[in-house]
Design a protein around this ligand. Structure first.
Ligand code: 5RP
Length: 233
């Protein structure tokens, strides 16, 4: 799938315009995007969504800015763990979901770069929804998530240390597993958002204008959802 990720990332770089400020997500597909952006020589400032992305952008000498400097972005680029036919996403496999959601929410347009294995008819089937949670709230959050959306929550383990995995924000990473997938992603996103102790969840159903660049390693396809009003929470 590496070839598919690289091809999709190359196509995404074609969409970058000189002298713009762009959001840059996190993950292995975004790493290809950053490398290709550096090769292109395009002049941009990037708002990174994780420490990992800061390090990669800096190593490729791409200028970095922050949300302290800009309160709105025209365009952001990111990967995804799953994409459904309505352009709903699961994100946060890399644990950067909170900053990724902030950056995409405040961008007029989001470009999601994926290999074809990420496309699915139904979100959440064999793919958990990441949660960033206040560590001491874990038992209460686990109970509330089971009651509100019927998912089983487990703390994420990184292998390098005892769980939980700690996010860039100093909170705990957990995963919500839905046994039969997610029937109403937008409703589940809202319900998870309303649970105190959950800073953010990895369902992204409320992006205003989304394009998905998908490659199977052969061709590259660009799927676009028309601009829409945001849901009123
Ligand atoms: C990180 C993310 C990533 O975009 C998502 O996990 C996909 O990663 P990859 O490109 O490595 O498959 O949401 O928080």
């Amino acid at each position: 799938m590496d070839d598919a990720k690289r091809k999709a990332a190359e196509k995404a770089v074609d969409m970058v315009e000189d002298n713009t400020v762009i959001g840059v997500g996190s993950g292995s597909t975004v790493a290809y995007f950053i490398d290709e952006l550096a090769r292109s020589g395009k002049k941009v400032s990037a708002v990174p969504t994780s420490m990992d992305t800061v390090i990669r952008l800096a190593s490729r000498k791409i200028p970095i800015t922050t949300l302290f400097h800009v309160d709105h972005l025209d365009l952001c680029f990111d990967g995804a763990d799953q994409v459904d036919p309505s352009f709903n996403l699961i994100k946060g496999g890399g644990g950067a979901l909170t900053m990724e959601k902030i950056v995409s929410y405040f961008s007029d347009r989001s470009v999601i770069i994926v290999d074809s294995s990420k496309m699915t008819a139904k979100l959440g089937y064999k793919c958990p929804v990441p949660l960033e949670i206040v560590p001491s709230s874990f038992p209460a959050v686990r109970r509330a998530v089971r009651e509100k959306v019927g998912a089983i929550v487990e703390l994420r383990s990184s292998g390098a240390k005892l769980p939980p995995t700690i996010t860039d924000n100093g909170l705990a990473l957990a995963d919500a597993w839905f046994e039969n997938g997610i029937s109403s992603p937008a409703e589940s996103e809202r319900k998870l958002k309303l649970i105190p102790g959950v800073l953010e969840n990895g369902l992204f159903c409320d992006l205003r204008d989304v394009s998905v660049i998908v490659s199977d390693g052969g061709g590259v396809e660009v799927l676009t959802k028309p601009a829409q009003e945001r849901n009123k929470f």
